[in-house]
Every structure is written in structure tokens, then in C-alpha cells.
Ligand binder design. Structure first.
Ligand code: HEC
Ligand code: HEC
Ligand code: HEC
Ligand code: HEC
Ligand code: HEC
Ligand code: HEC
Ligand code: HEC
Ligand code: HEC
Ligand code: HEC
Length: 380
């Protein structure tokens, strides 16, 4: 069973909605709740299931003060003071001797606030273990007394992420620009799981809340902040602010950093595995049978219109022909308009919901309506 949906507390709300609608997901929810309750327990079954090599807790660095002739980028205030006994046994720079306690005890002596940071909801095992895995206590060639550039520093211990970044077909510039790993993570501790400085949604929308962000091929990406503001009907997981339910933040194998397969084109020959993303949460039975009176509401009588549009061996319509995956103005995540032709003109879908079904007007075809239920006769 997938465990990705148990990472965040707020994901449980999405999971329970899902369970209410899609019965087969009940097991996930039971698991999700038990993990949430056991969140403070040191190890869960999920930890042992994922066979990632554990990151080392410490790293060996050359911690000598830089050679006298070299001008450091940063110098630690107490070292600049010249009194080595602020941390070492002796005052004498020629013979400072050992430090007065464990490394972190020495650091906490002045940086008391870090004790609070490390006691937060999510704290970094590496920082709990030793501050000098990342900082030189004297001076350094990098800002913030860092012993190595941030990304290389993080990746030296996090080889799983490092391998993913090196091999991923779709890469994410969020990891290699601006503050790099620190765009999303606090290296010491945070109030959100996985050392995240904010909820994933807020992190994502912060960068994807402007016009003109381009992907690796130069294609302009939607301004997600504007999109979500203008389209009040948010898709379930988006409404629960869970962008990483569908996207892998560190890079991945699928189009648009999607966690699972989804066709990249507007038309696609039907193959169930192409829609693994949608069917991770929805029943694939909605488009399996040509005739049904139960499996989907998108039917005209017993004529399954999901089947009719999508389940084709040539130009099957992908879900995006009718649905907006993030948010829409219409109910059922139905989109307002579809791009048409090489210039990307937008053709109105003109979807109208009716008490017994709905209709689409003058888009891909003349006005067509469907009936999936009978209105109860008025009681006089
Ligand atoms: C802010 C605290 C602090 C101050 C001030 C400080 N040191 Fe250190 N120093 C440390 C720590 C922490 C270590 C690492 C000790 C360890 O790993 O056990 C260290 C290690 C060293 C080492 C050994 C480096 C190595 O890699 O083995 C030398 C040499 C040294 N300090 C010299 C000095 C001298 C000289 C001064 C005064 C001019 C000084 N230190 C002031 C904290 C400090
Ligand atoms: C004697 C007091 C003292 C001790 C002990 C001490 N620090 Fe500091 N540290 C300071 C002061 C003062 C500053 C500069 C003021 C500030 O920015 O808060 C500072 C700043 C820093 C900075 C930021 C540097 C920058 O360029 O912005 C880092 C990183 C740091 N300390 C790490 C450590 C580590 C790691 C230890 C333990 C090995 C340690 N400190 C122990 C007093 C201390
Ligand atoms: C895993 C690496 C790592 C460890 C371990 C680590 N730090 Fe840091 N620290 C960083 C990075 C990276 C930054 C710079 C963050 C940034 O620029 O936003 C930083 C910044 C700082 C700063 C400057 C904060 C500021 O706002 O300017 C201080 C002070 C500091 N660390 C103290 C500590 C202390 C004390 C410990 C041990 C309890 C520690 N660090 C352990 C990576 C680490
Ligand atoms: C000295 C090795 C070391 C370095 C350097 C290091 N880490 Fe870690 N990190 C660990 C260990 C150990 C864990 C806990 C065990 C694990 O998840 O494998 C961890 C866990 C994490 C986690 C998961 C926390 C959670 O609760 O799920 C994140 C996120 C993380 N590190 C980010 C970073 C970032 C960002 C940097 C660079 C600023 C960094 N690490 C540098 C050793 C390191
Ligand atoms: C765009 C935001 C973002 C950036 C930038 C980012 N991460 Fe993460 N990271 C996340 C999120 C979100 C999670 C939680 C993953 C999930 O939901 O499955 C995470 C989880 C992790 C974890 C713990 C779980 C795991 O996948 O192993 C580690 C370790 C980690 N990140 C390391 C890093 C390192 C190292 C970097 C820099 C090279 C980095 N991250 C950059 C968003 C980010
Ligand atoms: C239910 C799954 C799902 C969730 C949840 C989700 N996305 Fe997406 N996202 C997709 C799919 C599918 C695409 C590809 C859309 C297409 O090309 O039709 C996509 C595309 C994108 C793109 C590229 C847009 C473009 O113009 O091509 C960005 C940026 C993005 N998502 C960000 C986000 C952010 C930020 C969130 C959280 C607010 C989020 N996504 C939540 C499924 C999801
Ligand atoms: C620090 C800024 C930053 C953050 C934070 C960030 N992104 Fe991005 N993202 C970018 C940039 C820049 C691009 C375009 C370049 C590229 O494709 O890597 C991008 C590209 C993407 C793409 C399209 C990738 C492709 O090539 O098809 C998706 C999808 C996406 N981001 C989703 C997310 C999600 C989900 C989050 C939150 C977990 C997030 N981003 C957080 C900067 C960011
Ligand atoms: C030709 C347009 C069209 C296409 C293509 C389409 N849908 Fe739909 N879908 C609809 C309409 C219209 C409804 C609303 C039916 C109602 O309630 O009246 C709907 C409803 C749904 C529902 C709600 C449950 C149900 O079946 O009534 C789900 C889930 C769904 N679609 C998923 C998908 C997925 C996944 C794909 C791609 C594999 C897809 N749709 C492709 C038009 C479409
Ligand atoms: C992480 C789980 C998840 C994924 C992945 C997902 N959905 Fe959903 N979807 C939901 C939830 C939760 C709802 C909200 C159900 C509700 O409130 O009625 C929903 C609602 C919908 C609806 C509206 C149904 C209605 O009855 O009005 C459509 C249409 C839909 N999703 C299509 C898709 C398509 C197309 C994909 C793939 C691109 C997809 N979903 C992927 C969880 C998901």
C-alpha cells in the first residue's frame, strides 16, 4: 500500500474524504491514522519497508582555523576575539588544548536558541549530533561559516537525493537555484515535517506564484497563485493544500514531476497504465465498460461517455480535455475552455450542469446533453 499519503498530518483529511467516496482506500486511511498517532514513535513499519541507506550522522571536516595569510569570508565573533578559552581549555592560541565539553554543549553555551529549534516538531539528526559537521567554529571560505557550499554539503550525506538529482529525467530548478536545499528545508529544525520551513503548498506557491516561470524547454508555466485565486473549485488534494500528493519535489521520471504516469499530450491512445496518477485515488472502472448505469455519472442513460471519449485506440481524449487538475470555475473540475490549433486559441467548453446531467455546447461538437438521473416528480 502507498505510504506517500501519510507524510503530512493534513493529508489525512484528503485520505478520509477519499475513503468516504472510494471504499477501496479504507486500508490507507486506517494506516494513515495509525501512523499519525504513532508519529512520535522512533520507528514504524514504513521506515523499515523503505530500504534507503541511512544518512551518516556526522561528517569529518578539517576544522583548523584558515592559514594566517588567507582572508576568510566569515569569521566567528568569539574566535576573532582571540580568547581561545571561550571554547577550549586554554587561552593560548599556540596551545588551546581540547574543548571544554561536547561540541554541541559548547555551541549551546552561546546559541541557546538552537536548543529550542532542535526540540521542535521536526529536527535534523545531523545538527543534534554535531554542529561542526557543517560549520567551522573559527572561520571559513564560505558565508555562515559553512565548510562546503550548501547543496554539496547536504548531498554529501543524502546520497538518495543526490542519485535522484543525477538520474532524474525531469529535474526541478528549485534545488539548484537561490538558497538551494534551504529554499524548502531548514538545516536545523522546523515546525513542519521533514524540516520544511513551511507547508509544501506555501513553498510551492511562493515560487510558482509569478508569471513567466519557464521549464527546462522554455515553456511558460502557469502562475499557480493566480490560477487558484481565479478558480474557486479546487480539486480535493489541492483543497487540502497537498501539492506533493501528485508532484515529486526533488525530480522524477514523469512529465511535470508527477509521482505517477499521466499522458503529456492532449490526445492519447487509451492504456490504463497511462492514467496511474488519477487511478491512484479514483476508480478506473469509470471508463472500463461501454455500458453502465452505476460506474460513472458521465453517461447518457447507460452509454458511458467517459468510455466513449477516453477509451479509444487512436485519438482518445485525455482527462485534461474536460477536467482541470488543479482548480476550475465549473463543478466536477470541468474546464472552461480547451486550447485549439497551433496558436493555442481557447475554445469555450460551455459546460452546463442540469438537474439530471449536463451539456456541452459548440466546442468539439454541436451542443450535446446527457442524462444520468431522473428528477423526482413534484409532489402535489
Ligand atoms: C566558538 C568556539 C571556539 C573557539 C572560540 C575556538 N575554537 Fe578551536 N575548536 C572548536 C571546536 C568545536 C573544535 C572541534 C573540536 C572537536 O571536534 O572535538 C575546535 C578545534 C580546534 C582545532 C583542531 C582542529 C582539528 O581539525 O583537529 C584547533 C587547532 C583549534 N580549534 C584552534 C583554536 C584556536 C587557536 C583558537 C583561539 C584563537 C580557537 N580554536 C578558538 C571551537 C572553538
Ligand atoms: C562564546 C559565545 C559563542 C559560542 C560558544 C559559539 N558562538 Fe557562534 N556566534 C557567536 C556570536 C556572538 C555570533 C555572531 C552574532 C550573531 O550573528 O548572532 C555567532 C555566530 C555564529 C554563526 C553565524 C555566522 C555568520 O557569519 O552569520 C554560526 C554559523 C555559529 N555562530 C556557529 C557556532 C557553532 C557551530 C558553535 C559551536 C562550535 C558556536 N557558534 C559557538 C557566539 C558564540
Ligand atoms: C547539516 C548542516 C548543518 C548543521 C549540522 C548545522 N548547521 Fe547551522 N547552518 C547550516 C546552513 C546551511 C546555514 C545557512 C542557512 C541559510 O543561509 O539560510 C546555517 C546557519 C547557521 C547560523 C546562522 C543563522 C542565521 O540566521 O544567519 C547559525 C547561528 C547556525 N547555523 C548555528 C548552528 C548550530 C549552533 C548548530 C548545531 C546545533 C548548527 N548550526 C548545525 C547548516 C548546518
Ligand atoms: C552529516 C550528514 C548530514 C548532512 C551534511 C546533512 N544531513 Fe540531513 N540528515 C542526516 C541524517 C542522519 C538524517 C536522519 C536520518 C535519515 O533521514 O536518513 C537526516 C535527515 C534529513 C531530512 C529528513 C528529516 C525528516 O524528518 O524526514 C531532511 C529534509 C534533511 N536531512 C535535509 C538536509 C539538508 C537540507 C542538508 C543540508 C543543509 C542536510 N540534510 C545535510 C544527515 C545529514
Ligand atoms: C521545492 C522544495 C524542496 C527543495 C528545494 C528540496 N526539498 Fe527535500 N523535501 C521537500 C518535500 C516537500 C519533502 C517531503 C517529501 C514528501 O512529501 O514525500 C522533502 C523531503 C526531503 C527528505 C526526506 C525524505 C526523503 O525524500 O528522503 C530529504 C532527505 C530531503 N528532502 C533532502 C533535500 C536535499 C538534500 C535538498 C537539496 C538538494 C532538498 N531536499 C531540496 C521539498 C524540497
Ligand atoms: C491531483 C494531482 C495534482 C495535484 C494535487 C497538484 N498537481 Fe500540479 N499538476 C498535475 C498535473 C496532472 C499536471 C500536468 C497538467 C497538464 O499538463 O495538463 C500538473 C502541472 C503542474 C505545473 C505545471 C503547470 C503548467 O503550466 O504546465 C505546476 C507548476 C504545478 N502543477 C504545480 C502544482 C502546485 C503548486 C500544486 C499545489 C497547489 C499542485 N501542482 C498540485 C497534478 C497535480
Ligand atoms: C525556489 C523556487 C521553487 C520552489 C520552492 C518550487 N519550485 Fe517548482 N519550479 C521552479 C522553477 C524555477 C521551475 C522551472 C524550471 C524547471 O523546470 O526546473 C519549476 C518547475 C516546476 C514544475 C514543472 C517541471 C517540468 O519541467 O515539467 C513543476 C510541476 C513544479 N515546479 C512543481 C513544484 C511543486 C509541487 C513545488 C512545491 C513542492 C515547487 N514546484 C516548488 C521553482 C520552484
Ligand atoms: C469528454 C469530457 C471528459 C473527459 C475526457 C473525462 N471526463 Fe471525467 N467527467 C466529465 C463530466 C462532464 C463529469 C461530470 C458528470 C456528472 O456528474 O454529471 C465527469 C466526472 C468525473 C468524475 C466523477 C465521477 C464520475 O465518473 O461521475 C471523475 C472521478 C472523473 N470524471 C475522472 C476522469 C478521469 C480520470 C478522466 C481521464 C481518464 C476523465 N474524467 C476524462 C467529463 C469528462
Ligand atoms: C491524491 C489523490 C487524488 C489524485 C491523484 C487525483 N484525484 Fe481527483 N479527486 C480527489 C479527491 C479527494 C476529490 C474530491 C472528491 C469530492 O470532494 O467529491 C477528487 C475529485 C475529482 C473530480 C470531481 C469529482 C466530482 O464528483 O465532482 C474529478 C473530475 C477528478 N477528481 C479528476 C481527477 C483526475 C483527472 C485526476 C488525474 C489527473 C485526479 N483526479 C487525480 C483525489 C485525487
Amino acid at each position: 500500500m502507498k505510504t506517500k499519503n501519510t507524510h503530512f498530518q493534513f493529508r489525512n483529511s484528503a485520505a478520509s474524504i477519499r475513503a468516504a467516496i472510494f471504499g477501496r482506500r479504507t486500508l490507507t486511511v486506517v494506516l494513515a491514522i495509525s501512523f499519525a498517532v504513532a508519529a512520535i514513535a522512533p520507528a514504524t513499519a514504513a521506515d523499515t519497508d523503505t530500504k534507503k541507506p541511512p544518512a551518516p550522522k556526522t561528517r569529518k571536516n578539517d576544522l583548523h582555523p584558515l592559514p594566517a595569510g588567507e582572508k576568510p569570508v566569515g569569521t566567528h565573533a568569539p574566535f576573532e576575539d582571540g580568547d581561545c578559552s571561550l571554547c577550549h581549555k586554554n587561552k593560548d592560541p599556540k596551545d588551546p588544548g581540547p574543548i571544554t565539553g561536547s561540541v554541541n554543549e559548547v555551541c549551546f553555551g552561546c546559541h541557546e536558541d538552537f536548543q529550542k529549534v532542535l526540540a521542535g516538531k521536526s529536527s535534523h539528526a545531523a545538527a543534534k549530533e554535531s554542529c561542526v559537521s557543517c560549520h567551522n567554529p573559527h572561520n571559513a571560505r564560505l558565508p555562515k561559516l559553512l565548510v562546503e557550499e550548501t547543496s554539496a554539503l547536504c548531498l554529501s550525506c543524502h546520497t538518495t537525493v543526490s542519485n535522484l538529482m543525477a538520474t532524474a529525467k525531469v529535474k526541478h530548478a528549485a534545488l539548484t537555484t537561490e538558497a538551494k536545499c534551504a529554499n524548502c528545508h531548514n538545516p536545523h529544525g522546523a515546525n513542519v515535517e521533514h524540516l520544511l520551513t513551511r507547508l509544501p503548498y506555501d513553498l510551492c506557491v511562493n515560487c510558482h506564484g509569478k508569471d513567466g516561470v519557464k521549464d527546462a524547454d522554455g515553456e511558460i508555466l502557469a502562475n499557480m497563485k493566480k490560477l487558484l485565486e481565479e478558480n474557486p473549485q479546487a480539486h480535493g488534494p489541492v483543497a487540502s493544500k497537498d501539492c506533493s500528493a501528485c508532484h515529486t519535489p526533488h525530480g522524477g521520471e514523469n512529465f511535470r514531476l508527477l509521482t505517477l504516469d499521466y499522458p503529456a499530450q492532449f490526445y492519447s491512445a487509451y492504456e490504463p497504465k497511462l492514467y496511474a496518477l488519477c487511478f491512484d485515488c479514483h476508480e478506473d472502472s469509470i471508463l472500463k465498460d461501454a455500458k453502465t448505469t452505476t460506474l460513472t455519472r458521465f453517461r447518457n442513460g447507460d452509454n458511458n461517455l467517459h468510455y466513449l471519449h477516453v477509451n479509444k485506440s487512436d485519438r482518445g481524449r485525455t482527462c485534461r480535455a474536460c477536467h482541470e487538475v488543479h482548480a476550475s470555475k465549473q463543478p466536477h473540475q470541468i474546464r472552461d475552455a480547451v486550447p485549439y490549433g497551433p496558436k493555442g486559441w481557447m475554445l469555450k467548453v460551455n459546460f452546463t450542469q442540469t438537474p439530471t446531467g449536463g451539456s456541452c455546447a459548440k466546442t468539439c461538437h454541436e451542443t450535446r446533453s446527457y442524462t444520468n438521473s431522473v428528477v423526482a416528480p413534484q409532489v402535489k
